[in-house]
Design a protein around this ligand. Structure first.
Ligand code: ZN
Ligand code: ZN
Length: 140
């Protein structure tokens, strides 16, 4: 069984050519099925110039992805983070256990927010106490 990098289809057995697009796999083949390297122009055994077209070295899909990556690195980053966010939200909605795990976090955030809102009052009391002490000092 062989996977074709050109068309993405699988051919059963030990094929010389792809069943779907007719490419040879990693060699150039002449009509007599002599295997030649990719760089060959003429068959080294029979001299035939009628060599097959080999499949690409790398799958076409991956080459396309690499091209997109080199063209839009920023856009891809945004797309990937959006995808992760969508997957996370989907997981959260489909799996209530995630929500249970979030409850302590929400409580911690709420407590922190309460402390933060109480902080100015506590600070004001401290300042008032300091001022009172100062006035006392002035009287004596
Ligand atoms: Zn193919
Ligand atoms: Zn040949």
């Amino acid at each position: 069984m062989k996977y074709c990098y050109q068309c993405g289809r699988v051919t059963a057995g030990k094929p010389l050519y792809c069943n779907s697009c007719g490419r040879s796999y990693n060699v150039k083949l002449c009509p007599r099925k002599h295997a030649n390297p990719r760089s060959a122009e003429v068959c080294s055994e029979c001299g035939s110039r009628d060599l097959s077209t080999p499949q690409p070295r790398v799958p076409v899909n991956i080459r396309l992805m690499a091209l997109l990556l080199s063209l839009f690195p920023g856009g891809l980053l945004v797309a990937v983070s959006l995808l992760i966010a969508i997957v996370l939200i989907h997981e959260l909605l489909s799996n209530p256990q995630w929500l249970l795990a979030l409850v302590p976090l929400v409580i911690a955030v709420a407590v922190l927010a309460w402390i933060w809102s109480e902080l100015p009052l506590w600070f004001r009391n401290l300042v008032r106490r300091l001022l009172r002490r100062k006035r006392k000092d002035g009287h004596e």
